[in-house]
Design a protein around this ligand. Structure first.
Ligand code: ZN
Length: 199
């Protein structure tokens, strides 16, 4: 994990995106707040924590204490999403909301004035190396329109199957943040792939 953080830091990437999987909302288990805290001193890049967990409200404080700068959770896991967004912000962190490929943007409508990030999953969460479901890009277009119409300030992040082919389409749909896993870690020249993805 330390090596991965060092590789990202040296590559010219802007943020470190951390997929926290709990073995329940998604089958795999990755790592938790303790590991996040242990990595915090290794880089000055922001930690963009993506909670792929049930009951995200139970984890917010631990990840805030661990040094997360952004904490994003899944709408599909939250009964009181607005309250969780408020809790994240009360802890001095930026709050994000994410939806899986099967959840429509309309389900987010009431949260859009309150969030700092909307993260659109373009694969079903749980496993790296999946192909991007490009139909999800229409969700990014919808969000871009909503943001313009209402003057909202959230950033649009896209996560899943982002590579040199899919990145330009995500950006032209309005994405501000490109999350990449396999494309980065499989690349021999990591600074070069970051440069390419920036376009
Ligand atoms: Zn993620």
């Amino acid at each position: 994990m330390g090596k991965a953080i060092d590789d990202i830091s040296a590559s010219g990437a802007d943020w470190i995106h951390m997929d926290i999987m709990d073995g329940s909302f998604v089958p795999p288990i990755t790592f938790g707040a303790k590991m996040t805290a242990n990595l915090r001193g290794r880089t000055s890049l922001p930690f963009d924590v993506h909670l792929m967990t049930q009951t995200p409200e139970k984890h917010i404080e631990n990840f805030a204490d661990a040094g997360a700068d952004y904490i994003t959770f899944h709408l599909e896991t939250a009964v009181h999403a607005h309250r969780i967004v408020q809790n994240i912000r009360q802890l001095g962190k930026k709050a994000g909301i994410s939806i899986t490929p099967s959840t429509p943007v309309s389900a987010l409508e009431c949260l859009l004035p309150f969030v700092d990030i909307v993260l659109i999953m373009t694969v079903n969460p749980g496993y790296g190396g999946q192909s991007c479901i490009t139909e999800c890009f229409t969700k990014i277009e919808k969000l871009t329109r909503r943001r313009q119409e209402h003057g909202f300030n959230f950033l649009i992040s896209v996560d899943g199957g982002i590579n040199e082919t899919t990145a330009p389409n995500a950006v032209s749909a309005g994405a501000d943040i490109l999350v990449t896993g396999s494309t980065f870690f499989n690349a021999a020249d990591k600074p070069a792939i970051i440069k390419k993805l920036r376009g």
